[in-house]
Ligand binder design. Structure first.
Ligand code: CUA
Length: 317
């Protein structure tokens, strides 16, 4: 190797370095331009989030204790969603086209994402913070809700659905009882619709392979010794593991829902016990589950696996 060669070598390296620095600067410039582009043309914005609070305190706020869709003005709806491993609660929401939708989002456990596919809505849901954003959907359609922060082993299963309907087809979401219906029954249907229907379906028929049907099954559980307590416990503490109902296997996870009030749990269980013709399978002396009974099952420190054992101990035929 001559001195000349080494000199040329240095020059070559310097040239490559300059190109490299140039490319890096160009990339940074491009990112900045893209951010401005997104802000100005796609309506993206840097969201605001309330001051930090302990997660428990946020989950205890009435809106997060019972998340869902609420009409707050003639043309304004509030959609409250809890993100948790690995689901959005509620999993399905329905809003009318053309109305202003205020989203309120909070995480129960770890960092999740909330992306409404096909829109500019894409926020981080940070534990201990409430994210608020507003959006108006112009066109009816179904938009998948996607978690885009890796939150654990089943992160890829964390999806939900937002359905934008024609304003005339909007189901009643206000807490107005139907004619003559007792208030707690209207409340029960609302809680069932928000918490249970995504998996067990509005008509209680369940989801094959994952979530068992409630039709026919809930009265059978209730009839077993200890079944009444089991029904309360499964809502309070959840259930994890494989179960069999009428010869079919179900492997879905029932999340614990201790944040629901005693009244809501009692009313929703009574709804599941009596709806869809289940009332016919109840004994003549059936008395509805009371809020007191629910209160007595709290503070047992059970987990979803304990509730599975409890179920296995039930004498079901
Ligand atoms: Cu939640 Cu990924």
């Amino acid at each position: 190797m001559t001195t000349d060669d080494s000199h040329n070598g240095h020059e070559a390296i310097e040239r490559v370095e300059r190109i490299w620095i140039g490319v890096s600067l160009a990339l940074i410039a491009m990112f900045v331009i893209l951010v401005f582009f997104a802000v100005h043309t796609h309506g993206a914005h840097i969201g605001h989030s309330e001051t930090r609070k302990p997660v428990d305190e946020i989950m205890a706020m009435p809106e997060f204790a019972d998340p869902g869709v609420e009409q707050i003005a003639p043309d304004q709806y509030r959609v409250t969603i809890v993100a948790q491993a690995f689901s959005f609660i509620p999993r399905r929401v329905e809003v009318p086209a053309g109305a202003e939708i205020e989203f309120r989002l909070a995480a129960r456990d770890v960092l999740h994402g909330f992306n409404v596919k096909g829109t500019a809505i894409n926020v981080e849901v940070i534990p201990g913070e409430v994210s608020t954003l507003r959006y108006t959907f112009d066109e009816p359609g179904t938009y998948p809700l996607i978690c885009n922060q890796y939150c654990g082993i089943a992160h890829h299963d964390m999806v939900g659905f937002l359905t934008v309907v024609d304003p005339d087809e909007m189901a009643v979401v206000a807490e107005t009882p139907e004619n003559g219906e007792p208030v707690d029954e209207a409340q029960a249907r609302r809680v069932y619709g928000n918490q249970c229907a995504a998996c067990h379906q509005v008509d209680g028929t369940g989801t094959p392979g994952t979530f068992p049907p409630l039709v026919g099954h809930v009265p059978a559980l209730h009839a077993a010794e200890g079944g009444r307590e089991y029904l309360i416990d499964i809502v309070l503490y959840g259930l994890q593991g494989e179960i069999e109902v009428e010869g079919r296997t179900y492997r879905g996870m029932m999340p614990p829902m201790p944040r629901l009030s005693d009244e809501d749990i009692a009313a929703t269980l009574n709804h599941a016990l009596q709806a869809w013709g289940n009332a016919d399978a109840l004994p003549g002396d059936f008395s509805p589950i009371t809020a007191d009974e629910v209160a007595q099952r709290r503070d047992q420190e059970l987990g979803p696996a304990d509730v599975l054992q409890q179920r296995e101990a039930l004498d079901l035929d």
